[in-house]
Design a protein around this ligand. Sequence first.
Ligand code: PEP
Ligand code: MG
Length: 597
Amino acid sequence: MTSSKKTESKGRGKGGERGFEGLGVSPGIAIGPAHLRESGEITVPEYQIAASRVKAELARFRDAVSRAVRQVGKLKGKALSFHGSAAEELGYLLDAHLQMLNSSRLIGGIATRIGDDRRNAEAAVMAEIATIAQDFAAMEDPYLRTRVQEVREVGRRIVRCLSADELASFSQLPRNSIILAEDISPADTALMDPQIIGGFATVLGGAEGHTAIMARSLGLPAVLGIADLIGDIQSGDTVIVDGSNGRVFVNPTERRLATYQRRVKEMAREIRSLARLRDVAPITRDGEEVVLQANLELPREIAQASAAGAQGIGLLRTEFLYMNRQDLPDEDEQYNALVEILTGLKGLPVTIRTLDVGGEKLATSLGERLPESVNPALGLRAIRLSLKERELLDTQLSAILRASAHGPVRILLPMISTPWEVKEVRKALLKVAQDLQRRGTKIADPLPPLGVMIEVPGAALAADALAKAADFFAIGTNDLTMYTLAIDRGEEQVAHLFNPLHPAVLRLIQFSVEAALRARIPVSVCGEIAGDPRYTALLLGLGVRDLSMTSSALLRVKSRILSLDMQAATQRAHIIMDQADAGRIATLLDDFNETLG
Ligand code: PEP
Ligand code: MG
């Protein structure tokens, strides 16, 4: 699915070609001019805030500072892997940034401007930074005078952490621009228009994080986790991003450029040839039918799903409704967005997942509802947040139920760990449905099925009990792998350890599938492995017949299904499930795949 080589760079000095290696998280090749995200001036919104908003604005500011501290801390970790004096120099610089971010003068000054002057956080940061920079510039000490630039950089970092709005200016960039950045969040990625942006590369980020998933779904080639990417690259330098092999070249040689241009053409040919499978039914050679659906991150991907011949949407991530904004979407806005998707899908089924924020998926609109947490992945996220903030849940359920009058809908709950959570949501669903019916609003009859994501190891182990409370299962192998192996899916430093072929993960998948089959409820897999042909035979061999994936992967998976024999896949899955070693499992699977050609 993704190449996850050890991060290593092979710089060849200024002016000539420079090559970098990282995690190839989204396949394909992009060639275009570099745009360094962290360069250039930032313009920020400036407005007065009401006295009643001061507390929330201060909390937003403090969140941004914590995020900035975390970013700098991570960059420091990366700097340690640099060679010689570069590591030391960068280490000092980042220490200075950390000191500023912890400085009472800076933080206190900004807080005063928010609290006393009632200015929005971005404007308060810029004003305070300007004052401090002025004081530094006036100092006798030449060393301190040179720190002005750093003060500004720290200010820009805080502003970036406050909002992703600056990325809107991406629309002004030349076509095929390649974004080079320290870090790109899922919300940032959602703002990228593939008509303008060719691809991106970053210093931070893991292969299974949501930034990677968003890049794959937008079809943007991306390489993450390149330790020394930034450095002396200039905006405008020609860059090649090879997302299939995890390589990036800056100012490539003529020869390299020509080779990659040839490969771009070959890939386009392959895509054209796969397109012929769009209307072919996904049936194995021995006649077993499989259902292939698409995962949807953003409504604008409907066209891609339909071009790939998706038989429905197996996972609609509704987080897009909450990203890159300060307010919450009301029921009508959610309803309208869902109806647009259902209408676009012309009667195909859509599995709508309720809000799954928290962890690395932050939604600015949730503000204080999503407090800072030491272990956000284990904290108040997904269904836990919805069950705590009932109006969030009720609003979303009401919008989904109203939309259910426009097409077949299923409701999916993220991060479920106990049957109690499902029962609570079912109660809420019935109540919301009654309210709507009392007002004469049309909704689906019978009510949409209510299913659960199996993505917490405890849910997989207790799948029998959950199968009694839920109408269907969708196995989320991204989080299931993360929580089973205790590997942060978005963390580049442990990305090489993230392995869905670990026998513990496979056993949990098998356990959940068997529990669903015993209870006669539908079960699908919608984690990233569903879209990687390498895993297709194994998942089918384990009894899965419904796969949901990013649209760009669908025809490749279909081609794999057409070439395999279900009986042989089942036999190979049995052999694999007897193994205790992930390496041996990988060999057994790859050997089997090779026989398929
Ligand atoms: C998963 O965890 O596998 C999943 C499909 O959900 P998400 O990637 O949105 O967390
Ligand atoms: Mg998940």
